[in-house]
Design a protein around this ligand. Structure first.
Ligand SMILES: [Zn+2]
Length: 204
């Protein structure tokens, strides 16, 4: 059965979901799978339509893993694989799906970061997080540690519960269909466009 599914995924699948956690725990996705079965398998909806809503049913899922949705898209001349990554986003701890350190790397403090928007309004494109420990950097004669997060390409999906917390959808990557092997060589899919959340960078 598993082998059949693998073969189906390898050669002729219509969609697939990849959980990017290194040690994925399926228990956190129970609500997600139940709603997925109802809307996609029973009601036969296009999986891309209800997908953000399905993700929002389980906040624990987003705390555990990023999720990649892969679907086949029929273009004019070929079939493409569309891959879209969804990440849980929270303005205080995971802006736009990018995790900020739980501990200050300079002083070791586990106090919450002090957040400040570097641009105001709904079009915020950058956040600065400062260590709140009053002695941070004193021994090293440095400024308090600061992390700056710049908004990557993408949007908070409509199913987001608040303006600052929800699922962040990165722009899709498209891969052309694999060509059949010829003369012992195997061609690989062509990357047309790509994006994914980047890691936080240090700033001062
Ligand atoms: Zn610190």
């Amino acid at each position: 059965m598993l082998a059949a599914q693998v073969l189906h995924l390898k050669y002729k699948f219509s969609s697939a979901i990849v959980f990017l956690a290194e040690h994925f725990q399926p228990l956190v996705a129970t609500s997600f799978f139940a709603a997925l079965a109802e809307l996609v398998i029973v009601e036969n909806l296009n999986i891309r339509t209800p997908f953000p809503t399905l993700l929002s049913l389980s906040s624990r899922l987003g705390l555990h893993t990023h999720v990649c949705l892969m679907t086949r898209q029929h273009g004019y001349s070929c079939v493409q694989l569309e891959c879209t990554i969804f990440s849980l986003a929270d303005a205080q701890t995971r802006p736009w799906g990018i995790e900020i350190p739980g501990q200050c790397p300079q002083c070791g403090s586990i106090s919450a970061w002090k957040k400040a928007s570097l641009t105001n309004g709904p079009g915020v494109v950058k956040y600065a997080y400062s260590c709140q420990f009053s002695q941070c950097g004193t021994e090293q004669r440095l400024d308090p540690y600061k992390v700056i997060i710049t908004k990557p390409p993408g949007v908070l999906v409509n199913a987001a519960r608040t303006s600052s917390c929800g699922w962040f959808q990165s722009p899709s990557s498209f891969f052309a269909e694999l060509s059949p092997p010829s003369k012992g060589k195997r061609k690989t899919g062509a990357l047309i466009g790509s994006s994914a959340p980047k890691k936080a960078r240090k700033g001062r």
